[in-house]
Design a protein around this ligand. Structure first.
Ligand SMILES: [Zn+2]
Length: 126
């Protein structure tokens, strides 16, 4: 994607899954710096997680400001691709048109979508 992104705090194998009666499957999230267990997150809601424990942040200071959070990178690239496609079309695109162009076709929005899907599969694949 051309920009630095944060590492995942979820293990690739997603080991240690716990089943909660109302929340469903929960998976452990670990400190990206020292690997200490940080907590549990709902697996069905999770696309990405990056955490640093309180001890590491106190010791090392905040590091997130030096890197880009992947969702933020995706939103910036998507906004740039929408602007590019609207410039090509000579008009504003509806939300349905943006969705269709992300799903199909070979324009800038489809490229951003394919790269994001590949990134999500890479960080979420066990
Ligand atoms: Zn830590």
């Amino acid at each position: 994607m051309g920009r630095d992104v944060l590492p995942s705090s979820v293990t690739k194998a997603r080991t240690g899954r716990v089943f909660h009666s109302t929340l469903g499957p929960l998976i452990p999230v670990y400190c990206a710096s020292c690997s200490a267990l940080w907590g549990l997150v709902q697996e069905r809601l999770l696309t990405f997680a990056f955490v640093v424990c309180n001890a590491c942040e106190a010791k090392n200071g905040p590091i997130a400001g030096l890197m880009s959070e992947p969702d933020e990178v995706f939103r910036e690239r998507q906004a740039a691709a929408v602007a590019d496609e609207e410039r090509r079309a000579g008009r504003a695109l509806s939300a349905l048109e943006v969705e269709a162009r992300m799903r199909d076709g070979d324009g800038p929005l489809a490229l951003v979508s394919r790269e994001w899907q590949a990134h999500v599969r890479k960080v979420a694949t066990p």
